[in-house]
Design a protein around this ligand. Structure first.
Ligand SMILES: Cc1ncc(COP(=O)(O)O)c(C=O)c1O
Length: 387
């Protein structure tokens, strides 16, 4: 009855089962995997957000396949503040970055075509690839006092069926940006092999350094799609509002616009109230981002102080984002460790394999957890590892 692309393994993993058990029993636990910003105690400009949604223009239906011009102009303004001039004609609004990926997979890939993705990375792509009949091929990121792309493996992974390469900038959970020289190299390789370069920039603004990182939207040598949205930039995942920014050689961009417009027009997936509110949502991002970054910095400095007191665990360096990777003794599987932490300490963390780490010895923690809970969770985690 069902398409074979939906033949997923539907059994829950042991950690999910244990967590469900915990919840059923009403047992409290410290969730160090919290990634929903609306549940993390941040202060939102609720009157700006809610009054934007009451725009009477919402009562009219004026579909535009790329998204309402007023909304696209606001997104162009976001890039303008970064020193990048984008025409609203090069912006396509989508309901989420996930939807943006799907549209791009449909634009470039026939069934069985390949897309390169970084590993370790966020576990978003496998289902999206299955749904769109795309084969994912992983290229490794290497860690040596910081993360970098293994370009020799990247080039070796390209086959005649490769259609696109994804870079997550900064990557989740490793939190590293593609450095300017890596950006240029990625663009050059993609141009040479006629690949679309897709840059996922949902965490672009969450840099722990003073100098902001450059968006791939400034790249012009290869056909480039920079994806972002209000889900992370403004901490508003419930508003389902994201975009694709197109850059690259003009003649290719023209072809893309015509085809992508038909895909977009077939769905017209963004609703009018949210599109009309996008300028107001984007205007709230400074206030949200400064709260989030001060939370991340406070949690990170607590973590570093506690890590300095013991030697069972260290943390990996990163530039940006909401997560941190801990290196722990690989004396058992990361899943076993995460299970023990939940069952014996009431602390939930993500095992590294959830993010496709190839070896045991990594745990991933969210840094947006409210500070008191984070401190208690880290305290229990480190005492457990040292015992
Ligand atoms: C790297 C990355 N890209 C995209 C997303 C999803 O974004 P959206 O809510 O716009 O689909 C996430 C969600 O955590 C993410 O980590």
């Amino acid at each position: 009855m069902f398409a074979s692309r939906t033949n997923w393994n539907l059994t829950e993993n042991r950690l999910t089962q244990a967590l469900a058990e915990y919840r059923r029993g009403g047992r409290p636990f410290l969730d160090l995997t919290l990634s929903n910003p609306t549940e993390a105690g941040f202060l939102y400009d609720s009157s700006a957000i809610l009054s934007a949604l009451q725009n009477t223009e919402s009562l009219r239906y004026e579909p535009d396949s790329q998204g309402l011009l007023s909304a696209r102009k606001a997104v162009a303004g976001y890039y303008f503040e970064k020193g990048i001039q984008l025409s609203p004609a090069d912006l396509f609004l989508t309901a989420s970055t996930s939807e943006a990926y799907s549209w791009l997979f449909r634009l470039f890939c026939n069934p069985g075509d390949e897309v390169l993705i970084p590993t370790p990375g966020y576990p978003l792509f496998d289902f999206l690839a299955d749904i769109n009949d795309v084969r994912l091929v992983r290229y490794p990121l290497l860690y040596d006092h910081g993360w970098q792309i293994d370009f020799s493996s990247f080039e070796k992974a390209i086959t005649p069926r490769t259609r696109a390469a994804i870079v997550v900038h900064p990557n989740n959970p490793t939190g590293h940006y593609a450095k300017p020289q890596e950006q240029a190299q990625l663009s050059a390789i993609c141009a040479k092999h006629s690949l679309a370069l897709i840059s996922d920039e949902v965490f672009l603004d969450f840099s722990l350094h003073d100098a902001p990182a450059n968006s791939f939207a400034s790249q012009t040598s290869s056909l480039t799609f920079s994806l972002s949205g209000v889900s992370k930039l403004c901490g508003l995942p419930q508003m389902k509002s994201a975009w694709i920014a197109l850059s690259g050689p003009n003649e290719l961009k023209n072809d893309v616009r015509q085809r992508l417009e038909i895909i977009a027009d077939s769905y017209l997936s963004m609703n009018a109230p949210v599109q009309l509110s996008l300028p107001a949502f984007l205007a709230t991002r400074t206030q949200f981002q400064s709260q989030l970054l001060s939370r991340v910095r406070a949690n990170l400095s607590f973590l570093d102080r506690e890590i300095a007191k013991q030697n069972a665990c260290s943390r990996l360096a990163f530039d940006a984002g909401w997560n941190v990777v801990l290196r722990v003794p690989a004396t058992r599987s990361d899943e076993d460790l995460a299970l023990s932490l939940l069952e014996r300490q009431g602390v939930l963390v993500h095992p590294g394999h959830f993010y496709d780490f190839s070896q045991d010895g990594c745990l991933v923690l969210s840094l947006i957890v409210p500070e008191k809970e984070f401190a208690e969770g880290v305290h229990r985690l480190l005492s457990f590892l040292s015992s």
